[in-house]
Design a binder for this molecule. Sequence first.
Ligand code: FES
Length: 228
Amino acid sequence: MSALTPLAERSAELRVAGVEPVGPYTLLRVAAGPIEPGSPGQFFMLQPPGRVLPRPMSLCLYEAGELCFLIDPIGPGTRALCALSPGETLGVLGPLGNGYDLEVPNPLLVGGGIGIAPLPYVAQVLGDVPAILGFRSDRHAEAAALLPGAEVVVEPALVTERIPAGPVDILACGPEPMLEAVRRIAPDAQLAWEAPMACGYGACYGCVVEIEGRLQRLCVSGPVLRAA
Ligand code: FES
């Protein structure tokens, strides 16, 4: 399923297959049905029943025909997603946007907090790949179990202190200060950014950000952008 696949073919009402706590986060498992997982770093719009606005979520894992999303229940929309029960349905639109370029010689995954969400799927596709994950507490760091073998740091330690000096191709996702710090260290890094999104496919202009001096829609130009 490419970016040119009509939106109607990327939209479906899907069944919840499981809801699992992961530290303070929730891993929502959804039977994929006709929806394809796309490439790592792309995102999906998830709409729980009764909510007007869907929420953008990158795919965390794709296994056993299930799309898995790691969700931080910080607002009404995300809390509604985390409150779903197996057997209930939700609206799913995706995959959307541009993911990571995986054709790099020395990939290093760098994630912070809920921003680790797309990285387990990157590792699924790339195979054995080094990763550094940062969290604000030991409880949040329980989410590192989704990426076995990753180096884990907990505040006040920072992921940027652990990035090796040698040539690496950084694929990162995390809070904006972390991405800015990674950008200063590695101008070639690929960074997955966040912005408020209402549609996910370029129609609402709710996700406009300034990129290289021009206003662009993050859902169309990103969410993964080169740091430079
Ligand atoms: Fe609507 Fe990007 S989310 S234009």
